[in-house]
Write a protein that binds this ligand. Structure first.
Ligand SMILES: Cc1cc2nc3c(=O)[nH]c(=O)nc-3n(C[C@H](O)[C@H](O)[C@H](O)COP(=O)(O)OP(=O)(O)OC[C@H]3O[C@@H](n4cnc5c(N)ncnc54)[C@H](O)[C@@H]3O)c2cc1C
Length: 335
């Protein structure tokens, strides 16, 4: 197998109509959240000359939040955008090439992995680290965006602490909602669990856990239609038994509104080659970041249905770079 020289720009023309640029790299990183940038820090220090594409959301999900209080190394807390700028600077310090661009198609059928970006540039890479994250699902209410960072959250572990001793609501009826509700019940005065149906989809074990908390009140057959408040969430308007003759409007007073109706992993572009679970999370060999495709690794939220935290994403980004470096040195030894 012929190995790729770092940043060997060919500027090749594929056909007459499509002046596609091709560039060869040893390590391509897709995504600029904690997983992508951490992979970049380790890959560049290991001399893999990584090229990182940021995607639409440069810096990832944390750029949409103000306070990050649980990332080690920032004793006074840090804002999400500031922290992600620090990650980027650290990756660039060791030579990572950071570019804006969105991966639109991939071809992982050969030893060299091809990824095409929205500017029609194709990167041919010996190793690819997928760090494209996962997007939380929202109900789609205009008031959710109005109060983003001002009482609306999709992560109890991240933001629950800010509501210590206060009243909050969690939306959802599955395991995630049950987990978020029980986590918040340990911190907050009162937790409303807003459930669309008259049953929970959560496993029996999680249901039993929810019922043990006297400060969780389940609002069965309720749907949220609006949020209200002056300078942040102060309450929610719900409809009980919507569409029936017993339909009723209910208003609850809350300080925080937590969505727990699932996440969409940003894996669709890779799905033709990379194995995912039913939801779309990329499957990795346990204890590693290896996917089913040799030389392709996945890190961060895109492969993590359980933790979805900045520090766990960063940790798996480090693992992915080490896995990529070992793959390259093992493959080089074999050829
Ligand atoms: C509002 C909010 C507050 C949070 N607060 C905290 C907190 O306080 N503490 C904490 O630990 N965690 C927090 N989290 C969770 C944390 O942000 C995530 O766990 C973490 O960002 C995941 O990192 P990641 O690198 O896997 O993915 P992300 O941060 O989601 O980054 C994904 C990257 O992939 C890029 N991308 C996606 N698709 C493509 C594509 N096709 N081509 C190229 N690039 C692509 C995106 O542009 C983005 O740069 C919060 C999340 C949110 C939404």
């Amino acid at each position: 197998m012929e190995f790729i020289k770092p940043l060997d720009l060919q500027n090749a023309t594929r056909n007459d109509n499509d002046r596609e640029q091709i560039e060869k790299v040893r390590c391509l990183i897709i995504g600029s959240g904690p997983a992508g940038y951490t992979a970049a820090i380790y890959a560049s220090r290991a001399n893999l000359n990584p090229v990182l594409y940021t995607g639409l959301e440069t810096g990832g999900q944390l750029t949409t939040t103000t306070d990050v209080d649980n990332y080690p190394g920032y004793p006074g807390g840090v804002t999400g955008p500031h922290m992600m700028e620090d990650f980027k600077k650290q990756a660039e310090r060791f030579g990572t090439v950071v570019r804006f661009g969105i991966a639109t198609t991939v071809d992982f059928s050969g030893m060299t992995h091809k990824v095409t970006f929205d500017d029609n540039k194709t990167i041919e890479a010996d190793t690819v680290i997928i760090a494209t994250g996962a997007t939380a699902k929202y109900l789609g209410l205009p008031s959710e965006s109005k109060y983003a960072g001002m009482g609306v959250s999709a992560c109890a572990t991240c933001d629950g602490f800010f509501y210590k001793g206060k009243d909050v609501a969690v939306v959802g009826g599955g395991d995630t909602a049950a987990e978020e509700a029980t986590y918040l019940a340990g911190l907050c005065r009162k937790v409303y669990l807003i459930v669309r149906r008259d049953v929970l989809r959560a496993s029996k074990i999680m249901q039993a856990k929810v019922l043990k908390f006297s400060n969780i009140e389940i609002l069965w057959e309720h749907q949220t239609v609006d949020l209200f408040g002056e300078n942040g969430v102060e309450g929610a308007t719900l409809i009980k038994k919507k569409g029936t003759s017993d339909e009723e409007t209910v208003r609850i007073k809350i300080d925080g509104f937590f969505l727990a109706i699932g996440h969409t992993p940003n894996s669709s572009v890779f799905k033709q080659y990379v194995e995912t679970d039913q939801v779309g999370y990329i499957k990795t060999v346990p204890g590693t970041t290896k996917t089913n495709v040799e030389g392709v690794f996945a890190a961060g939220d895109v492969q993590d249905p359980h933790y979805r935290q900045a520090v766990t994403a960063a940790g798996s980004g480090c693992m992915a770079a080490i896995d990529a470096e070992r793959y390259l040195s093992e493959t080089l030894t074999m050829h």
